[in-house]
Ligand binder design. Structure first.
Ligand code: PLP
Length: 378
């Protein structure tokens, strides 16, 4: 019996150590990690540059609150702004949900009273706080927690007409993922995102892109929206930014960001030196080693190898955020079978396995993982 709340299914394995793509459990068994802690450890486990940055920062300054400035926070904000095209500002949070919470509050403040509703897509996932749960387009997840906060509506994914029909004067923003990750690895099309961008421009709405799962190299580009030919007004990030250290960020173009004034939004821990020192090291390695480019080529190899498995009927996604559609057994059984054989993947729905290995995964590791999957699916 554990003293953990009953929010996750029984946990089959206890991991004690990781290095690169490899994990070891408490019995010394080796696993290939093709999930990266849900698309988090993009540079792999125990990356030396991140570990060193954490040790150095822990020995220097851990926390002073956001009432005072700290160096890594300012530097990471500058780097993220540059990567996002410049001319914006960043708020640091501690998670993806908090980054989205910030984006939603910012949109409401920018819109003003009466212009506050956010439209998102069915199948989306934006977090588990009450606001981000309300934005999440999975009504079954809302049910136990009704009433949901007011001001959210959902429309069919990839349906511009439905989106257009949902817009009335109370709507302030559209919130979408470039690839619905938790919703089954469903990539958006450029036509869809470009039509949404046009609609937002015509109606004076913000286009908020949730890059919590797709951002920072995962899809083979720095951000998922770069595949789609649009520039968002607001971008949220988390997961890979700290390579396992909790951190989230909400970027907005300056005119939008400036809707916030001191006192509007805050956090005790968000952007604190330990988390931003990790993020600074992560971004440095990603830039120095062209990690997005490596994810693109590793993703092409993994996609091709997965497509060659007879039981895989299709592969969706970009870079190293891939959904392998399978017919039999169920994805859940396949994930358990893979785990037993030393491969960590997960089932995002009954018929889709999600693969999201570290972006520095080697060709040999890809081949080994695909051989295990082929055996499980046979
Ligand atoms: N947004 C997206 C697209 C996600 O995939 C997730 C988590 O899976 C979140 C938001 C929530 O992030 P967190 O679990 O860090 O709160």
């Amino acid at each position: 019996m554990t003293r953990l709340m009953n929010t996750y299914p029984p946990q089959p394995v206890t991991f004690v150590r990781g290095e690169g793509t490899v994990l070891w459990d408490d019995a010394g068994k080796r696993y290939l990690d093709f999930l990266s802690g849900l698309a988090v450890t993009s540079l792999g486990h125990s990356h030396p540059a991140v570990a060193k940055a954490l040790c150095d920062q822990a020995n220097t300054l851990l926390h002073v609150s956001n009432l005072f400035g700290t160096e890594p926070q300012r530097e990471v904000a500058q780097t993220l702004d540059t990567l996002l095209g410049g001319g914006g500002k960043v708020f640091f949070a501690n998670s993806g949900a908090e980054a989205n919470e910030c984006a939603i509050k910012l949109a409401r403040k920018w819109g003003g009273y009466g212009k506050h509703a956010v439209v998102s897509a069915y199948g989306s996932f934006h977090g588990r706080t009450m606001l981000t749960l309300a934005a999440t387009g999975q009504p079954q997840k809302h049910e136990p927690f009704q009433p949901m906060p007011e001001g959210f509506r959902h429309v069919a994914w990839d349906d511009v007409a439905a989106l257009e029909a949902s817009i009335d004067p109370s709507v302030v923003a559209v919130l979408l993922e470039p690839i619905q990750g938790e919703g089954g690895v469903n990539p958006a099309t450029p036509e869809y995102f470009q039509a949404v961008r046009r609609l937002c421009d015509e109606r004076g709405l913000l286009f908020i892109v949730d890059e919590v799962q797709t951002g920072l190299g995962r899809t083979g580009k720095w951000f998922g929206f770069e595949h789609l030919g649009v520039q968002p007004d607001v971008v949220t990030m988390a997961k890979a930014l700290g390579n396992g250290v909790p951190i989230g960020a909400c970027w907005a173009r300056e005119e939008v960001a400036d809707a916030f004034v001191p006192g509007d939004h805050a956090t005790t821990f968000g952007g604190q030196p330990l988390a931003t020192a990790a993020a600074r090291a992560v971004l440095q390695v990603m830039q120095d080693e062209d990690v997005p480019g490596r994810a693109a080529s590793a993703g092409a190899r993994l996609t091709k190898a997965l497509e060659a498995i007879p039981a895989v009927t299709g592969v969706r996604g970009h870079g190293l955020l891939l959904g392998a559609a399978i017919t039999t057994p169920t994805a859940k059984d396949a994930a358990s079978g893979a785990l037993a054989r030393g491969l960590v993947v997960n089932a995002v729905n009954d018929s889709t396995l999600r693969l999201a290995p570290p972006l520095l995964v080697t060709d040999d590791e890809i081949d080994e993982a695909v051989a295990i999957l082929a055996e499980v699916l046979a």
